[in-house]
Design a protein around this ligand. Structure first.
Ligand code: GUN
Ligand code: ZN
Length: 448
């Protein structure tokens, strides 16, 4: 594929045109154009129109790309993932706290090595792109070099990414802890270097309350005050043992979220992963502070953590995105993650419609990250991040595709049966980035 910057893309397009406050509203904002024309200029969307109208604006400048027969959706947005856990996905047997001790901390210790961090960053970003994910909110490790490696790799691709160095100063092995003071200075340097550099942004990343002393949380608060437009990314209310532990570590607080709230870490750019066992007042606090939740269905099932309540989240007016939470999550693939979100919702007595599922994975996720003005759908001037889906890649998918009655049934089957085989192409910032121009075999698997 050439590096021209002006394209006309033909195919079927599906997106949600505006953010919603209720699931019912989504029906008004759904856009499906069976034969559409997406015009892209210098990395941005100029327009999405019916082909007959759009094709009249095609000039000699445009490279025309024909994706007829495919379904094109906005790039998926993963609102919670750990890049250093790629190499430990699918670790057997434990729930959260033991899983962290036995598997996670030893693996994360490798990221003090910049070469390891660089090769795993490249592999991680390829996993995202090959699964149609174009933006992610990412945990690195406690080592600043892990963040350097990830941002450098994302910058080369032109991806929009938010990431940060883990901050932790207690209840973890010595080889992964730091002092609150060190954490502050190293985080500051990384913010100065990477925040707002191209499409990259920084997230203050205290791991979770149990690995944070009051002094550390106070440093996070100070950084947020000094850099009011950085993101905050942490875990909240994932596991019953974890919640009980927070109550013993912070007895003067009224509950788990109150720890973050008192240190001024709630707010419009704060994203809390999991939120499975919130108390009523905690839901209200998330709403009042305009904080967001990352729903991580595969992780919540894999670690036996609990069943997230999507319906309550709408009722309480809290912004929601989807997280794969690799490596507690079991896939990078958003279609598979949405399929699990559907099943979790079934167990909660809630029907997760396919429009709603795609909304959470695209524009809703963008809204949860406070990025709905730049990504999440095909509105004019948005950054051109999108995925070209092959709707039926196996005999079973073809059978179900052809006996489905309408686009919604076809989309739902794609969500239920789909995986990375359905990701035909991924575009980032108006450039084709997946599959790579060489053969797919060129993708290097790091040797660990
Ligand atoms: N809570 C604190 N750290 C982690 C982590 O790495 N993964 C998950 N799922 N929960 C956490
Ligand atoms: Zn996590």
């Amino acid at each position: 594929m050439s590096m021209r910057s002006t394209y006309a893309i033909r195919g079927s397009f599906f997106d949600i045109t505006a953010t919603a406050e209720t699931a019912a509203q989504l029906a008004d904002y759904v856009r499906y154009i069976e034969d559409g024309c997406l015009l892209i200029e210098h990395g941005r969307i100029r327009s999405l129109q019916y082909w007959e109208a759009g094709c009249k604006q095609i000039t000699d400048e445009h490279q025309v790309i024909d994706y007829r027969g495919k379904l094109i959706v906005p790039g998926f947005i993963d609102t919670h993932i750990h890049y250093p856990q790629t190499e430990m996905i699918g670790a057997f047997g434990e729930q959260l706290l033991e899983w962290l001790q036995y598997y996670t901390f030893p693996v994360e210790s490798q990221y003090d090595n910049p070469e390891h961090a660089a090769s795993m960053s490249a592999f991680f970003l390829q996993q995202l792109l090959s699964n149609g994910t174009t933006t992610a909110l990412v945990f690195a490790t406690v080592h600043p070099q892990s963040v350097e490696a990830l941002f450098s790799a994302a910058e080369r691709i032109g991806m929009r990414l938010i990431a940060g160095k883990v901050m932790m100063d207690r209840n973890a092995p010595d080889y992964l802890t730091e002092t609150a003071e060190e954490s502050y200075h190293q985080t500051r340097k990384l913010i100065d270097r990477w925040h707002h550099r191209g499409r990259l942004n920084y997230a203050l990343t205290p791991r979770f309350a149990p690995t944070s002393s009051p002094e550390l949380l106070d440093k996070v608060r100070q950084l947020r005050q000094e850099y009011p437009d950085v993101w905050v990314h942490t875990h909240l209310s994932e596991n019953h043992q974890e919640i009980a532990w927070v109550k013993t570590l912070f007895p003067e607080h009224t509950g788990y979220l109150d720890v973050y709230h008192q240190y001024q870490l709630t707010g419009r750019r704060s994203v809390f992963a999991h939120c499975l066992h919130l108390e009523d007042g905690e839901w209200d606090c998330l709403h009042q502070t305009d904080s967001s939740i990352a729903f991580c269905p595969t992780s919540n099932l894999f670690l036996g953590s609990g069943l997230f309540d999507v319906q309550r989240c709408w009722q309480k007016g809290v912004k929601l995105g989807i997280g794969t939470d690799v490596g507690a999550g079991t896939t990078f693939n958003m279609l598979q993650t949405l399929a699990e979100a559907y099943k979790v919702s079934q167990l909660r007595g809630y029907r997760l419609h396919v429009c709603e599922a795609f909304y959470h994975a695209t524009l809703g996720g963008a809204h949860a990250l406070d990025l709905a003005h730049v990504i999440g759908n095909f509105n004019a001037d948005k950054e051109a991040d999108f995925v070209v889906l092959d709707p039926a890649v196996s005999a079973l998918q073809q059978l179900r595709y052809h006996n489905s009655e309408d686009i919604w049934a076809r989309l739902f089957v794609l969500m239920t049966l789909g995986d990375d085989r359905n990701i035909a192409h991924t575009w980032v910032n108006g450039q084709h980035v997946w599959p790579p121009s060489g053969s797919a075999e060129d993708v290097r698997v790091p040797t660990i």
